[in-house]
Design a protein. Structure first.
Length: 314
């Protein structure tokens, strides 16, 4: 694998400038890249989705330890650089596209459909390496065997869209077993914020409804090129097998986000602003849920929100 200094020199000699708008802070520390792979506990049968591979250093390690890797990169120039840096990878599908749709509200259906088709369709045999248009080594064609249907997501996420990507992954129908993600430290704090704190919000509640989140390590800027102005965090997320409110999730999400627009108001006032409930109904719902009308939205636990939600459990 290319050294950190050689990689930076090569990028600069080719005139590549990381785009801040795309959140391009590339992981270049070899020890930390190995730590990510170790944290993911990859096995030979595993299939991996990597979002934002950048120059492909993590991709190379993933390909060495997993059966197959989908590497999704929106920036064509850095994707071509990564392909040129590791042309020998025969178990990687490079996808030049955005992981999110044009509205940044859900996963890109084109990418999801491609992964789903190759993951679960036993008749899909001709996985093609776009850089050479050659068929992948026959030994990798058994990727779609029914024993390899669970997906691991391992990614250094772009900071600007990390919240949308994480929530979209948890809301998707992809058979995700686990996620190992690099995010901005502030995002990690939001995802794991205790009730009653400033960082606790609708995203905290929704992601914890759908998955179990753990901060593994705080990460200094020096492991990136270029180094960001803030610290990062390596986190793991394990999707819950049977999320609560699965039948009414969209309604619960809309309800929660609407009320949290008035997070600084009391819950009784926030409900009056965010819903069409009458004063009597608000009082009745709060009493039924054992929630004080003087509480603020940020002081209400997940279990209390589930009681307050008008349709309750499906």
């Amino acid at each position: 694998m290319i050294t950190k200094s050689a990689l930076v020199d090569l990028l600069e000699r080719q005139g590549f400038r990381p785009h801040r708008s795309l959140g391009q802070n590339f992981l270049i520390d070899h020890n930390f890249l190995k730590f990510i792979v170790k944290t993911a506990q990859l096995a030979e049968k595993d299939v991996v989705l990597e979002i934002g591979p950048g120059p492909g250093l993590l991709t190379q390690l993933l390909a060495q330890h997993a059966r197959w890797v989908w590497a999704v990169e929106v920036d064509r120039k850095i994707l071509e650089f990564a392909q040129s840096l590791c042309p020998e990878l025969r178990n990687v599908r490079w996808i030049q596209d955005s992981i999110l749709d044009e509205h940044h509200t859900k996963l890109n259906p084109t990418v999801v459909n491609l992964i789903t088709r190759e993951l679960v369709n036993p008749s899909t045999r001709e996985l093609v390496n776009p850089s050479t248009r050659e068929l992948v080594n026959p030994s990798t064609r058994e990727l779609v065997n029914s024993s390899t249907r669970e997906l691991k997501v391992i990614s250094n996420l772009p900071y600007a869209t990390s919240a949308a990507i994480i929530l979209s992954l948890l809301e998707s129908n992809l058979p995700i077993k686990s996620m190992v993600l690099m995010v901005q430290w502030e995002m990690a704090e939001r995802l794991t914020a205790p009730v009653g704190t400033k960082a606790y919000n609708a995203l905290t509640i929704l992601t914890n409804l759908l998955g179990a989140i753990k901060i593994i390590r705080k990460v200094p800027p020096g492991v990136f090129y270029p180094p960001p102005a803030v610290h990062s965090a390596l986190i793991t997320i394990t999707p819950r097998p049977n999320p609560l409110l699965s039948a009414h999730y969209a309604l619960f999400k809309s309800f929660l986000q609407s009320v949290f627009r008035y997070r600084r108001k009391t819950i009784s006032r926030a409900l009056k602003e965010a819903t069409n409930w009458s004063t009597e109904e608000i009082t009745e719902r709060l009493n039924h849920s054992n929630i004080s009308p003087k509480k603020r939205p940020e002081e209400i636990t997940l279990s209390e929100w589930l009681k307050l939600f008008p349709r309750g459990k499906p």
